[in-house]
Every structure is written in structure tokens, then in C-alpha cells.
Design a protein around this ligand. Structure first.
Ligand SMILES: Cc1ncc(COP(=O)(O)O)c(C=O)c1O
Length: 395
């Protein structure tokens, strides 16, 4: 139940990739037939991805994953538009956006980090207020990787275009999971391993005409936007997985949502609440805060029962810092530490959900008995009225 971290490679993607590891191993840039065979697979993949995004093949660049695509979008637009030095993003982005933004702020750019409301939503009016005449790029994620909140992407994109700024969205958690309205999007990042494709491959969509410079210079592959011999097998596997994800979406979205709702109903206990927006959220995401419990202890005890969940994003799960996303919602440090993320996937069943529902409550109870937070709170007869805004269940 940790599919936001990564997903298993689906057999159809593996089967599509296999020939490109041995028989069809050519370099897509070679003129001979081995090369042409690989080149054709690459261009077929590009056309297929363009079809999924209702884009032109020339607007799709394959990369090594979501992190590279985000870096390419932020740094690439900043370096191609040196007359515009301002960038806007949000406080709840993945570090693949926050860290290049921070790097840019140390290298001549001014960066504005927009706040979110208690559900994690960005207000398009805040984008409007923050945009200046020298804003080159606004970057707002499509769906948050921790709490699953889906942002008003079309409205934000509209505001950017009224002011002549480019709009980038990190769609790593949304691509292949929910329908994407691309009307006001100029740049989009996606990653293969979140949708049952191989790891180490992703894409950057950049609308025709967007001024962007490459991150990698070399042999000029990917129309000069991303040099380096192409990962043909990975790209073929990514494309197969994406095609199937889009095809299965009308069936999988409601199926996973139903399972998720059953899960939430079963695991919301006293002194717990759902983080993120109740409705505007990824259909497979549940993010629950348990007061008086440490998320890490919960993760380890659930792991002992064969249940894989996480406290936040996989990349920062080894850090002891509370999640920047949860703090941005207004949660206290100890509340952020007591949160768990469940992200369902295509192989999860009702039996899996019922298994979690049977295992989790006694573990929470056991940990709470040991909790120093709980005894301190009880001693002070602490009544947590300020948590009502999070949909907190009392008593
Ligand atoms: C929202 C978001 N952006 C970017 C990334 C990074 O993608 P990749 O692992 O393909 O580099 C992730 C991965 O966790 C993510 O969730």
C-alpha cells in the first residue's frame, strides 16, 4: 500500500522491453538497420506518449525520470529567459522542484513559495497576486505525493497565461492516475516507475514555442534537449505501461477509490483524521494522522505484519524532519510525525484492505499506551480544540 513510492513493473511492459535488451540493441542514432529499428521504437513511443497527452511528438522529451524532468523545466526555462528572473512555486512541492528552485535562488533568481490552505490547495488568486512582470515560470504540482490533494491546474495555468508566464506542473503522481486537462499547461513532468513502468525513465512535455535550454549537452539527442544515447528499452516499457494505465483508468480509478474509502472508514480511530482534501484527492490515496503515535513506529510494526506504508514521501522517509507538506497545512510537529500514507495500486484487493483494517487499530492502541505525548497530554487535561479544522474526531 505504498504505490506512491514506486510500483512493480507490469509484465506487459517487461515483455515490450525485452527485445531492446538483446536482439534490438541498436543505438537509435545509428544509420544502419539495427539503429533504425531502435530509432523507430523510440519515435513510435514518442508519438504514443504525445497521443496520451494530446500533444505533438516534437513536444515530448524522454528523460531519466521525474527528478530530471523537474530540473530541466525549472533550470531550463530560467536559463533561456534571462530577462525574467522571478520564479513561483509552492511550499508543498516534491524536493525535485524545491531543490532546483533553491539552487536557482542562489544563482540569480528570486523565488516565491506560495502557501496552501489546510487541505493543501493552492489558491489561483495567490498566483495572480504573486506574479510580476519578470516572472518566467510558475511551477505547481498536479497532485501532491504525500496527501494526494489535486491542485486547480487549469485555473492556475490560465492566470499564468494572462500574465505571460510559463506554467510547469510536476505530474509525477497524476500521470496515468487521473485525467489530465492540458489546455493551460506549458511544461509537464512524468515518471515511469509510478505507473508500473521501469525505473530511471520519465518525460518532459514542453509546449512548442516554450523557450527552454537543455540541462545536458552532448550528442544532441532528443532534438538537442537531452543529449545521451537513449534508454530505448526503458522508453518502450514506460510507453507500454502508460498506454495501459490510460486505458485502464476508467476502471481502476473508481475501483481503487472504493477500496480507499473502505480503508479510510476502517482505520479512522479516535484522535485521528484524514489529511488532504476530502474530495479533491487522488482516488488511491489515504493520509491519516494518529495523535500520540510516531509514524515511524507504526510503519515498522505494520511492516512486521506484511503491510508496506510510509509516513510521507519515500525520498525523505529516512529524514527525522517532519514533512514540509504537513507543516504547510498547519499541523504541529508531533502531528506531522504521527501521520501515515496509504497509496493503493492495481493489485490491491478488498481482502488487503480488510487485512489492514484488522491489523492497524490494535497497533495504534499498543503504541499509544507507550506514548509520552499521550501521558503528557492527559496530565495537562489537554483538549485539542484547534484540530477541529482538520476534521478531527474527538473522544
Ligand atoms: C511529485 C513527485 N515529483 C518527482 C518525483 C521524482 O521522480 P523520480 O523518482 O522519477 O525521479 C517524485 C517521486 O517520488 C514525486 O512523487
Amino acid at each position: 500500500m505504498d504505490h506512491a513510492a514506486t510500483t512493480p513493473l507490469r509484465p506487459e511492459a517487461l515483455a515490450a522491453m525485452k527485445p531492446y535488451f538483446d536482439r534490438r540493441y541498436g543505438n537509435a542514432s545509428s544509420l544502419h538497420s539495427f539503429g533504425q529499428e531502435a530509432g523507430e521504437a523510440l519515435e513510435e513511443s514518442r508519438a504514443a506518449m504525445a497521443g496520451l497527452l494530446k500533444a505533438k511528438p516534437s513536444e515530448i522529451y524522454f528523460t531519466s525520470g521525474g527528478t530530471e524532468s523537474d530540473n530541466a523545466a525549472l533550470k531550463g526555462v530560467a536559463s533561456a529567459n534571462r530577462d525574467k528572473r522571478h520564479i513561483i512555486t509552492t511550499k508543498i512541492e516534491h524536493h525535485a522542484v524545491l531543490n532546483p528552485a533553491e539552487w536557482l535562488s542562489k544563482n540569480g533568481c528570486e523565488v516565491t513559495y506560495l502557501p496552501v490552505d489546510r487541505y493543501g490547495l493552492v489558491d489561483p488568486a495567490d498566483v495572480d497576486k504573486a506574479i510580476k512582470s519578470d516572472t518566467a515560470l510558475v511551477s505547481v504540482m498536479w497532485a501532491n505525493n504525500e496527501i494526494g490533494t489535486i491542485e486547480p491546474i487549469n485555473e492556475i495555468g490560465k492566470v499564468c497565461h494572462e500574465h505571460g508566464a510559463y506554467f510547469h506542473t510536476d505530474a509525477v503522481q497524476a500521470f496515468g492516475k487521473i485525467p489530465l486537462d492540458m489546455r493551460n499547461v506549458d511544461l509537464l513532468s512524468a515518471s515511469s516507475h509510478k505507473l508500473y513502468g521501469p525505473k530511471g525513465v520519465g518525460l518532459l512535455y514542453a509546449r512548442e514555442g516554450v523557450k527552454i535550454e537543455p540541462l545536458l549537452h552532448g550528442g544532441g539527442q532528443e532534438h538537442g534537449m537531452r543529449s545521451g544515447t537513449e534508454n530505448v528499452a526503458g522508453i518502450v516499457g514506460f510507453t507500454k505501461a502508460a498506454e495501459l494505465a490510460f486505458k485502464e483508468m476508467p476502471r481502476e480509478m473508481p475501483r481503487q477509490q472504493k477500496l480507499r474509502d473502505r480503508l479510510v472508514k476502517g482505520i479512522l480511530l479516535d484522535e485521528s483524521w484524514l489529511n488532504g482534501h476530502p474530495a479533491k484527492r487522488l482516488p488511491h490515496n489515504a493520509h491519516v494522522c494518529y495523535r500520540f503515535v510516531e509514524g515511524e513506529s507504526l510503519v515498522l510494526m505494520l511492516d512486521g505484519e506484511g503491510i508496506a506504508v510510509s509516513t510521507g514521501s519515500a525520498c525523505s522517509s529516512k529524514s527525522l524532519e517532519p514533512s514540509h507538506v504537513l507543516l504547510s497545512l498547519g499541523l504541529k510537529h508531533e502531528e506531522a510525525h504521527g501521520s501515515l500514507r496509504f497509496t493503493l495500486g492495481r493489485q490491491n484487493t478488498k481482502a488487503d484492505v480488510d487485512y489492514v483494517i484488522s491489523k492497524l487499530p490494535p497497533i495504534v492502541e499498543r503504541l499509544r499506551k507507550l506514548s509520552p505525548f499521550k501521558s503528557a497530554a492527559e496530565a495537562a487535561a489537554f483538549i485539542p480544540t484547534e484540530h477541529d479544522e482538520h476534521g478531527h474526531k474527538h473522544g
